[in-house]
Design a protein around this ligand. Structure first.
Ligand code: HEM
Length: 396
């Protein structure tokens, strides 16, 4: 079967059984030109690494969302920068994101997970997206950003809507713009409060952070705030929900994990597999900085190229039996879900901590966890995620 006219920006390409296309792409067309959306993509593990670690050839500075011109949607966030500008901005922001600060969230993550489970455990059934995987990372990043708890659900509703802009310009609807405008207004409110009185939160840290005598500009602050919010609230939930779904499909693995919840390595290895299998981001974009010959084709300067994380994470050259969900999988090379190189996910250790906590808390409190209906996948060409994961269980 040929996939020559596959539209990389169509949500169905990535949500509706994508593996046949990814396999064809990896094995027969390692550098794919999409004639519909007019951009390139790579799918092999080593090619995703090559593009990610050569920003002098494939830069982030024109944006990481495909077909979105910075004239329409200028984003002063670190993810859209290269070289010194990126290093400097990442340095400033990561001041609020040290391992110590993330480590401090461990206890809070347990408390928040416990609170969420308490709310549904007696009912014997729950939507594990809405009642667990979705709010958990939001409440954690919300606390790190210093939000009042009573605003967090509302903010999460906005990010759920404007996250769809990541699928490309066709997805920037009025609803998306309105949701983003709500965030901007909220940001200004919070910023004003923090200017009056600093707290123990990331926004306060960024307000005071300086590198070479320079502070973050107002625009940078707003876009970094947004990046951390969206990175924090819209990704880890998918590793948790898709991981729990897979565990329910593999009761033998769930039973083994439940017996080994006190073994930190066992939980960590299981969570790595959940993150590989889920690949919460479908792709990021890069832009060619010069003409480049590759696989007998010419990528022209200015062409866009997508790096497809789920395809790389199922590359059989690196992951034996890649379609198999196996929580004891010992990887020789890491999955690429968090990216690679200079832009490697700043929140990876927080995401891992959240997912480990979620699995441990849930499995230690319920037994006979099983699907109670058909899960619903969120249609997107940007993220891999579930909207609905109905489950039933017995309280331990
Ligand atoms: C399982 C969950 C997550 C996944 C799969 C994920 C994935 C990624 C990927 C693929 C990138 C690289 C982007 C690129 O190369 O263009 C990235 C960058 C980033 N992520 Fe995450 N992320 C996750 C969780 C988080 C969390 C919890 C936060 C923060 C609270 C976060 C914040 C960021 C930031 C700030 C960057 C930009 C880093 C830079 O440009 O230097 N992420 N993430």
């Amino acid at each position: 079967m040929s996939f020559e006219n596959t539209d990389l920006l169509a949500p169905a390409t990535h949500t509706d059984d994508p593996e046949p296309f990814y396999e064809w792409h990896r094995e027969q067309e390692p550098l794919y030109w999409d004639p519909v959306s007019e951009l390139w993509s790579v799918a092999r593990y080593e090619d995703v690494i090559f593009v990610s670690k050569n920003p002098q050839l494939f830069c982030s500075g024109q944006g990481v969302v495909p077909k979105l011109s910075f004239d329409d949607w200028p984003e002063e966030a670190m993810i859209n920068k290269d070289g010194d500008a990126h290093t400097k901005q990442r340095g400033l922001v990561s001041k609020g994101f040290t391992p110590r600060r993330v480590g401090c969230m461990g206890e809070r993550a347990v408390e928040i997970a416990t609170e969420l489970i308490d709310a549904f455990i007696d009912k014997g059934e729950a939507d594990l997206v809405k009642q667990f995987a979705r709010p958990l990372p939001m409440y954690i990043i919300g606390e790190m950003l210093g939000y009042p708890r009573d605003r967090m659900d509302e903010v999460l509703d906005w990010t759920d809507v404007y996250m769809d802009a990541g699928s490309g310009p066709d997805h920037i609807t009025e609803e998306v713009q309105e949701a983003f405008a709500n965030f901007v207004e909220f940001h200004e409110e919070i910023l004003e409060q923090r200017k009056q009185q600093r707290g123990d939160d990331l926004i306060s840290v960024w307000l005071d952070a300086e590198l070479d005598g320079e502070k973050l500009s107002e625009d940078m602050l707003m876009f970094e705030h947004n990046l951390l919010l969206v990175g924090g609230s819209e990704t880890t939930r998918n590793a948790i929900s898709i991981g729990l779904w897979q565990l329910m499909k593999h009761p033998d693995q769930m039973a083994w994990l439940t017996e080994n919840l006190e073994d930190g390595d066992a939980v960590a290895t299981a969570v790595e597999e959940m993150i590989r299998f889920a690949s919460p981001f479908v792709r990021m974009r890069r832009t060619a900085t010069q003409d480049y010959e590759w696989y007998g084709k010419t990528i022209k300067k200015g062409d866009e190229i997508l790096i497809l994380y789920p395809a790389a994470n199922r590359d059989p050259r690196v992951f034996p039996e890649p379609q198999k969900f196996d929580i004891r999988r010992q990887n020789e090379q890491p999955p690429l879900s968090f990216g690679y190189g200079k832009h490697f996910c700043l929140g990876a250790s927080l995401a891992r901590l959240e997912a480990r906590t979620a699995v441990k808390q849930l499995l230690s409190r319920v037994k006979d966890l099983e699907l109670a209906g058909e899960p619903r996948i969120h249609p997107s060409s940007f993220t891999n995620g579930l909207e609905y994961l109905p489950a039933r269980f017995t309280k331990r």
